[in-house]
Design a protein around this ligand. Sequence first.
Ligand SMILES: CC(C)(COP(=O)(O)OP(=O)(O)OC[C@H]1O[C@@H](n2cnc3c(N)ncnc32)[C@H](O[C@H]2O[C@H](COP(=O)(O)OP(=O)(O)OP(=O)(O)O)[C@@H](O)[C@H]2O)[C@@H]1O)[C@@H](O)C(=O)NCCC(=O)NCCS
Ligand SMILES: Nc1ncnc2[nH]cnc12
Length: 304
Amino acid sequence: MTPLERSLVPSASPLHADAAHDQAFCAAAGRLAVRSLYEELVLYPKPGLVSLIDSGSHQDMDARTFMRSLFSLRHYFLRITAAGMAGACFDELKRLGIRAEREMLAATGGINTHRGAIFCLGMLCAALGRIAASGAQPSPEALRATLRREWGAALMGHADARDAQTHGAIVASRHAASGAREEMALGLPSVFDVALPRLQATYQRSGDMRLARIDALFALMAHMSDTNVYFRGGAAGADMVREQAAGFLQAGGAAAAGWEERALDMHRLLVRHRLSPGGAADLLGATCLVHEACRRPLPGADGA
Ligand SMILES: CC(C)(COP(=O)(O)OP(=O)(O)OC[C@H]1O[C@@H](n2cnc3c(N)ncnc32)[C@H](O[C@H]2O[C@H](COP(=O)(O)OP(=O)(O)OP(=O)(O)O)[C@@H](O)[C@H]2O)[C@@H]1O)[C@@H](O)C(=O)NCCC(=O)NCCS
Ligand SMILES: Nc1ncnc2[nH]cnc12
């Protein structure tokens, strides 16, 4: 851990006496969150999305924009883990999230690369910190229960209180579609009930994490309501993304022969229609974070 990382964890949690352990844990959780978003970025093929190979349906951003964004977020995830560990209320977490959004926009020249990720992975990091403070090990069940118990009511309020004309708000007013706020208020059902089981099943069968992430991404696209897709493509665009992704999974997903060509076909189709499932990309990052954080203890966690 660097001295700067150490200084970002202001004081040990009152519940957990060992400051060095707390600092190591927050630094490891922060690095894992950034790495999870990096794993999402480098995955290919991803229909309509930016990768190292191409910019999908985007004209104003490429992989370099995402790398700049990730660099700007490295201290945020550490800070929000520490805040969760110290028992912060939602308003404090929100202040950190808003500051991180500002830093991301400054790093990308005003382009929204990771707003959904700042929100969803940020809350997950806070929950990881909270669990570590109690001396427990993270598990998907513990993460979900912590989100509900500690910040559930405030997240419900956040979902109801739309204060700005964001793309998500515009979509909510035009379509019967939920978005990041509702997903978070319900405790990330798309991550815990849809993407994580799919990622784990494919990984168990194939032992190949790339294939597992591909299947998890397609499961998300087939299931969720992604305000990015609705904003650009309306209900017809959202139906197209869901049907195409469901068709890919019905054909056997990433386990079936010829899966890569089928995924590329969908990529080309979405690019033709200018559709980009950015919400699904963010939730894939969240799924990778949950999977890795629960697989083995993070440095600094009790027993690690
Ligand atoms: C709660 C907020 C995140 C705001 O949400 P809201 O829905 O009101 O506002 P949006 O600005 O639209 O942001 C929502 C972002 O969430 C992602 N997303 C979409 N659907 C879902 C979903 N079902 N579940 C989870 N996440 C979802 C999505 O992120 C991706 O979209 C980015 C690009 O989006 P956009 O700006 O629309 O850009 P383009 O398509 O390029 O636009 P055009 O070219 O067409 O013009 C992409 O990169 C992904 O990141 C949405 O962006 C939040 O703002 C908030 O409350 N912030 C405060 C911080 C906070 O509360 N923190 C708490 C502690 S962490
Ligand atoms: N790879 C990606 N492409 C486009 N939007 C995204 N939002 C998060 N990750 C993304």
